[in-house]
Design a protein around this ligand. Structure first.
Ligand code: ADP
Length: 485
């Protein structure tokens, strides 16, 4: 059924099927980054509310685990349809709290629906094995079962789809969840509760708690009823969660930071590379973990690439996400703008030249000009650190091996991109890059059908693909003996 945006804007926690405030009654303000104005509040919850949510999930697990895969799949297909029926309203809510353009927000909501549909299908295929036995009178079975209560903590840059990747496999596998959306963008997270209720997902299967990140995080990590923690966010927080989850030996999956290189070789189609570069850099105002952090371009096409990229960025329409035609919205907050300014200052002090943009946008607030910086060198800050903003530093290289070495010279290993023509080179570079995701002559590659996940300090585990449900399942080996065969 088609609903208005306000219908999805819940200002309460969802615990055991009840919409409730925090115990203290304290709240957190949620603001629209395009206007800086408050749009509402959500509960500022802590450990006690989280503990109750975990207990509600554990109670619901008793019956949810016994539903058939087909039954869960049918509910999930309804959930998919409810999301798509309300794509416009959900996108508007997302843009209001997050800032991205309505076009991108619709895309994200569509992506959320795609993950739910994918796992509605994959949940029916979590096959075990019947293994040939070495004993004449025994049989060997291997089964897959839901792990139990899972906890999900998600960031503000994709407040809807990052939850879809976690709620999707959890529901499909037969797990129950406690979810903590980011405090900057809690409404798109709470909207999952409204949708789940409306399609008939039983009470307690999905619980949502907003509030203090460390208090909620501590309870989720320490509570022995939680059997798995899935987190998307910074490497720094991911490491904290990993350490805390160790005490109760939980399963963990971590989607952490990145430092994506984007290589352009002399034999690349430069126009295509520029098109991919704009998508891989300026989407969501550069605030994604797969956004290009370093452009690494071969000398023969360096000037052409820089000029064309700068020209393309000048055409990008910056504005409030809800405004027709907007391509780049504001940054999430003032701190994000200050970080971007610091990176640019550092680069220009070390010889980098700003070719386009370079400063706050005339719209004010947290709007920032799409920026290109040429003559980037490895002593600059963005060589090591994630920019998370609309700034494209362009480094130069001469030889293929040098480019791959530069690309891999980071603690991260999430997304990478490269543009080349020669097939031998394509395979050499593809096999040389130590990254979990590689776009070859493509700038946007995320899809529900493929396993998304980083190597090195970018994470553990995969989301999406048939791999994405594995972490929500326990594998059990059963030996049946004394069969007298
Ligand atoms: P981002 O830069 O995307 O905000 P963070 O890693 O800081 O990345 O935050 C991602 C998510 O992790 C958010 O929901 C945030 O509230 C949560 N978070 C931050 N600190 C902690 C913590 N100590 N324990 C648990 N969750 C945390």
């Amino acid at each position: 059924m088609l609903q208005k945006t306000s219908h999805f804007m819940k200002t309460a926690n969802l615990i055991g099927g009840e919409w409730v405030q925090s115990d203290s009654g304290d709240t957190i303000d949620v603001t629209n980054p395009a206007t800086g104005l408050k749009i509402g509040t959500v509960p500022k919850s802590g450990r006690a509310e989280t503990k109750r949510a975990v207990e509600a999930a554990a109670e619901a697990f008793k019956s949810w685990r016994k539903t058939s895969a087909l039954e869960r799949s049918k509910l999930m297909r309804k959930l998919h349809d409810a999301i798509m029926d309300n794509q416009d309203s959900l996108a508007e809510l997302l843009t209001m709290e997050q800032g991205k353009s309505l076009t991108e927000a619709k895309g994200e909501v569509g992506m959320s629906a795609a993950y739910i549909l994918w796992y509605a299908e994959e949940g029916r295929r979590t096959y075990g094995d019947a293994v040939p036995s070495p004993w004449a009178d025994r049989r060997i079975l291997v089964t897959k079962e839901p792990v139990g209560v899972i906890a999900a903590i998600t960031p503000w840059n994709f407040p809807s789809s990052m939850l879809a990747r976690k709620i999707g496999p959890a529901l499909a596998a037969g797990c129950t969840s406690v979810v903590k959306p980011a405090s900057q963008t809690p409404y798109s997270g709470l909207a999952w509760g409204v949708l789940a209720e409306e399609v008939g997902i039983p009470k307690g299967v999905l619980n949502i708690v907003t509030g203090s990140a460390s208090e909620i995080g501590d309870e989720l990590c320490e509570n022995p009823l939680v059997r798995k923690i899935t987190f998307t966010g910074s490497t720094e927080v991911g490491k904290v969660l990993l350490k805390k989850a160790a005490d109760t030996v939980k399963k963990v999956s971590m989607e952490l930071g990145g430092n994506a290189p984007f290589l352009v070789f002399d034999d690349a189609d430069v126009d295509r590379a520029v098109e991919g570069a704009v998508a891989a850099k300026y989407r969501n105002s550069g605030q994604t973990c797969v956004c290009t952090n370093r452009f690494i371009v071969q000398a023969g096409v360096y000037d052409e690439f820089v000029e064309k990229l700068a020209a393309a960025t000048r055409k990008l329409k910056v504005g409030p996400g809800l405004e027709e035609g907007t391509q780049q919205g504001p940054l999430i907050d003032e701190k994000a703008v200050e970080k971007v300014e610091e990176f640019i200052e550092d680069a220009t002090a070390k010889g980098g030249k700003v070719v386009s943009g370079g400063k706050r946008h005339e719209l004010g607030g947290t709007f920032f000009e799409p920026t290109v910086i040429r003559d980037a060198t490895i002593d600059m800050k963005f060589t090591k650190d994630e920019i998370f903003g609309p700034v494209a530093p362009v480094y130069r290289f001469e030889k293929e091996e040098e480019a791959v070495e530069m690309a891999n010279d980071t603690i991260y290993g999430l997304a990478s991109y490269f543009y080349a023509g020669d097939l031998g080179r394509v395979f050499r570079v593809m096999e040389g890059l130590k990254y979990g995701l590689i776009g070859v002559n493509e700038g946007i590659i995320t899809t529900a059908e493929a396993p998304f996940g980083g190597l090195k300090q970018s994470g553990l585990g995969k989301e999406g693909g048939h791999q994405g449900i594995e972490d929500y399942l326990d594998t059990k080996y059963i030996c049946i003996g004394g069969l007298g065969l």
